[in-house]
Design a protein around this ligand. Structure first.
Ligand SMILES: O=P(O)(O)OC[C@H]1O[C@H](O)[C@H](O)[C@@H](O)[C@@H]1O
Length: 281
C-alpha cells in the first residue's frame, strides 16, 4: 500500500514549527505539525490534503501525482459555487471555481486543543469562508454569502476522499433506511443495512447524524457527520479509470461528502455546510 504523498514533510528529526509554508508539485502547501496531529493544506482551493492524528494512520487520501494546472484530486476539495456540472454553462469546470484558485489564509492559531484556520475567497459579489479545527478530530465549516441585488443559485460540497485499506473491504453503516438517489441507475433508492461500494457507487442520501466508515483491512472506524442541512454523497469510480490515478491508488479511497444541491440564496443570507469526523470503535 502506498504511503500518503504528503507524509514526506514529517520525516525530519529536527523540531518543526506548527505552521510552515512549502512548495510541492508547483503549489504552495501549508504544513501543520501539532502535538495532536499532522496536516497539510494547499493554498489552491484551501484544500485540506492530509490529516493524521498522532499515532494513527492518515484519515484522508490524496493522489500522488497532481496535474500541472487544475484540480488536485484528494483531501477535501471545496466544490463551490456549484457542485457537479454547472446547471446551464456546459463548458464551465465541474465542481466550480473554488478548487481551482488560490484562497487567502486570514488567520491561523494553535493551542492545546489543536489548530484553527480561517480561509477566505472573494469572487465578484460573493464571499466564501472556510473554518477548520484540527486536533484529535477534524472539523470543517463552510459559509457563503453574496451581495448581488437578487437571489442567486448556489450548490456546494465538501468532497472528502477518505483513506481506507481497500475499497473491497469497507462498509458504511448508519444509512439504514435512508432515502436516496442512485445516479448510476438513475433511480430513487432506499438503503437497507450497510452500504458497500465495491464496483462503483454514486448515491445521494437524505440523511442526518453520524455514519460509520468501517474499514476491515485497517481495523479502523471513522465516524463522519455531514451536518443536518446537507445531503450525504457516497462516491467511488469502481473500475472506471481516473486520469493520473492508478487502479491500485483508487482502491485506497472512498468519498463520503457533505453536499447541498441547488438552493436560492438571498442577498446577505448565509448558507452553511459542515463536515466533522472522529475516530470510533
Ligand atoms: O473528477 P471530478 O470533477 O473531481 O469529480 C469527481 C466525482 O465527484 C462527484 O462525487 C460526482 O458524483 C462524480 O460524478 C464525479 O466523478
Amino acid at each position: 500500500m502506498h504511503e500518503h504523498p504528503l507524509q514526506r514533510f514529517f520525516k525530519s528529526l529536527r523540531e518543526q514549527p506548527v505552521f510552515a509554508w512549502e512548495r510541492f508539485q508547483m503549489r504552495d502547501v501549508l504544513v501543520i505539525n501539532h502535538p495532536l496531529c499532522q496536516a497539510v493544506f494547499s493554498r489552491q482551493g484551501a484544500q485540506l490534503l492530509h490529516f493524521q492524528p498522532t499515532g494513527q494512520k492518515p484519515w484522508l487520501w490524496c493522489a500522488a501525482k497532481w496535474p500541472q494546472v487544475g484540480a488536485i484530486r484528494g483531501g477535501v476539495p471545496v466544490c463551490w459555487p456549484w457542485y457537479g456540472r454547472h446547471p446551464s454553462e456546459n463548458a464551465w469546470p465541474s465542481h466550480g471555481w473554488a478548487r481551482l484558485i488560490d484562497w487567502k489564509l486570514l488567520d491561523s492559531s494553535t493551542d492545546d486543543d489543536g489548530v484553527r484556520l480561517h480561509w477566505q475567497l472573494q469572487l465578484c459579489d460573493w464571499q466564501v469562508d472556510l473554518h477548520a479545527h484540527l486536533g484529535e478530530t477534524l472539523e470543517l465549516r463552510l459559509s457563503t454569502e453574496h451581495q448581488d441585488e437578487l437571489p442567486c443559485q448556489l450548490s456546494h460540497a465538501l468532497h472528502a476522499y477518505w483513506r481506507i485499506g481497500n475499497v473491497g473491504e469497507i462498509a458504511l453503516s448508519g444509512l439504514d433506511g435512508a432515502q436516496g438517489y442512485d445516479q448510476l441507475s438513475r433511480q430513487v433508492c432506499q438503503q437497507q443495512g450497510e452500504l458497500r461500494v465495491d464496483g462503483g457507487c454514486q448515491r445521494v442520501f437524505q440523511h442526518e447524524g453520524e455514519l460509520q466508515l468501517k474499514d476491515h483491512a485497517w481495523q479502523r472506524e471513522l465516524c463522519i457527520d455531514t451536518g443536518d442541512s446537507a445531503d450525504t454523497v457516497v462516491w467511488h469510480p469502481g473500475s472506471r479509470p481516473l486520469l493520473g490515478v492508478s487502479f491500485n491508488e483508487a482502491s485506497g479511497f472512498v468519498c463520503v461528502e457533505s453536499a447541498m444541491a441547488g438552493a436560492s440564496l438571498a442577498p446577505g443570507e448565509r448558507a452553511h455546510l459542515s463536515l466533522q469526523a472522529r475516530a470510533g470503535g
